[in-house]
Write a protein that binds this ligand. Structure first.
Ligand code: S3P
Length: 439
């Protein structure tokens, strides 16, 4: 455990680059690892979660190397030719690696065991076990449907039509990835749209996908026994990492910060919309496309935010950004209410409970409900916790650590985070960039 105290340091200024998108980085390694031939990846996020995916794809037979210039080269094994891993696959803290790779294994004639850290080992896997069992895979999971878990793939797997019971891009992607090596068409019905990187990227890799609508719900069909052609992938900057700096520059007086190359896929850009509704001053500069995704540089200036009722319909488009939105709400004038956020209880930590406790320690007025938080903001006054400073528990959750780091910047007595090491799962350059921007 590495603890750190975050204190007020002055306005955030200058220009920073956030690292590559985590969701896109995972998928680029998986899809390149399934292609026939050599792919390259530029701008890959080199965080621990993505490195867990790289290690697993190597265990399945892909050859993956990193060049000195940071370009990754992947020689794929081809759909249908995954090797059986010789050891348990250690997924660390990464739910995305686990659930998507379970999908991949489910339609291959191999057995794989998945293990992870204490946080990941508490997270629900039944949501992927259910559809993958319908496709013919078999499982031996720990009590409660958690890791450690052994998965035996089906050969051939059976195509299904599966309606998502939870709004989850990971579950959607697990079924679509299982569909890659399944004869016929595997379909996912998505009542609520979630991030669509799997669909966009698989199309780029040459897979035949059909996206339609039925009764107002999206239906995504994937043609199985697919052959993926290699690609040169460019990974845009991660909006979920940019989020910490968007909020920090919005709430620290005097800030004027440019965050370069931020992915603005509409299925990810919910925080930008909500911060603007609260009165944030965020300008999109040089809007362009990177790797098939919309991106822009964001110029963020301090603004007095106002509390709002956040529309629960926007939750999937900012599902990872709520912890830091709660920090913005703690500085807004008036009350911010969030609802419909039950999913936050099964992320890397229970993010409603963990953030409520952490923000209260830091001096914010927060009420926790079953499906959200109500936060009464200070109206731009610094947070005032106990004189010795708040000492908050991260619970192996990178986004709690970074959100409370941002809270420290607007705290009179500072915020101590018990463990900053989980930040390395998604944003290894966070501490350096914070020093650089707040100097
Ligand atoms: C992700 C989907 C989301 C998100 C996670 C990454 C993905 O999870 O929270 O950080 O890359 O598909 P859910 O599918 O559980 O909502």
């Amino acid at each position: 455990m590495t603890s750190h105290t975050f204190v007020h340091q002055g306005p955030l200024t200058g220009a920073i680059n956030v690292p590559g998108d985590k969701s896109i980085s995972h998928r680029s390694l998986m899809f390149a690892g399934l292609a026939v031939g050599r792919s390259t990846i530029h701008g890959l996020l080199e965080g621990e979660d993505v490195l867990s995916t790289a290690a697993a794809m190597r265990a399945f037979g892909a050859q993956i190397t990193r060049g000195d210039d940071g370009t990754w080269t992947v020689d794929g094994v081809g759909v249908g030719s995954l090797l059986e891993p010789r050891q348990a696959l250690d997924m660390g803290n990464s739910g995305t690696s686990t659930r998507l790779l379970m999908g991949l294994v489910a339609s291959h004639p191999i057995t794989a065991t998945f293990i992870g850290d204490a946080s990941l080992s508490g997270r629900p896997m039944k949501r992927v076990i259910d559809p993958l069992s319908l496709m013919g895979a078999s499982f031996e999971a720990s009590a409660g449907g958690t890791l450690p878990l052994m998965l035996r793939g089906a050969s051939p797997a059976v195509p299904i039509t599966y309606r998502l019971p939870v709004a989850s891009a990971q579950v959607k992607s697990a079924v679509l990835l299982a569909g890659l090596n399944t004869p016929g068409i595997t379909r996912v019905i998505e009542p609520v749209p979630t991030r669509d990187h799997t669909e966009r990227m698989l199309t780029g890799f040459g897979v035949k996908l059909e996206v339609g609508a039925e009764n107002g719900e999206a239906v995504i069909g994937i043609h199985g026994e697919a052959e993926l052609r290699p690609m040169d992938v460019v990974v845009p900057g991660d909006p979920s990492s940019a989020a910490f700096f968007m909020v920090a520059a919005s709430i620290v007086p005097g800030s004027d910060l440019t965050i370069r190359n931020v992915g603005l896929n509409p299925t990810r850009a919910g925080l930008l919309q909500v911060l603007r509704q609260m009165g944030a001053d965020i300008e999109e500069v040089d809007a362009r496309e990177v790797g098939g995704e919309p991106v822009a540089d964001l110029r963020v200036r301090h603004a007095q935010l106002s509390g709002i009722d956040v529309d629960p319909a926007i939750a999937p488009a900012m599902i990872d950004e709520f912890p830091v939105l709660f920090v913005a709400a703690a500085l807004a004038s008036g009350t911010t209410r969030t609802t419909g956020l039950e999913e936050l209880r099964v992320k890397e930590s229970d993010r409603l409970a963990t953030m409520a406790a952490a923000l209260q320690l830091a001096g914010a007025r927060v009420e926790e409900h079953e499906d959200g938080l109500t936060i009464h903001g200070t109206g731009d006054d610094p947070l005032t916790g106990t004189p010795e400073g708040a000492n908050v528990a991260t619970r192996l959750d990178h986004r709690i650590a970074m959100s409370m780091a941002v809270a420290g910047l607007v705290s009179r007595n500072g915020v101590s985070v018990d463990d900053t090491s989980p930040i390395n799962t998604s944003f290894p350059t966070f501490m350096g960039l914070l020093d650089e921007a707040a100097r």
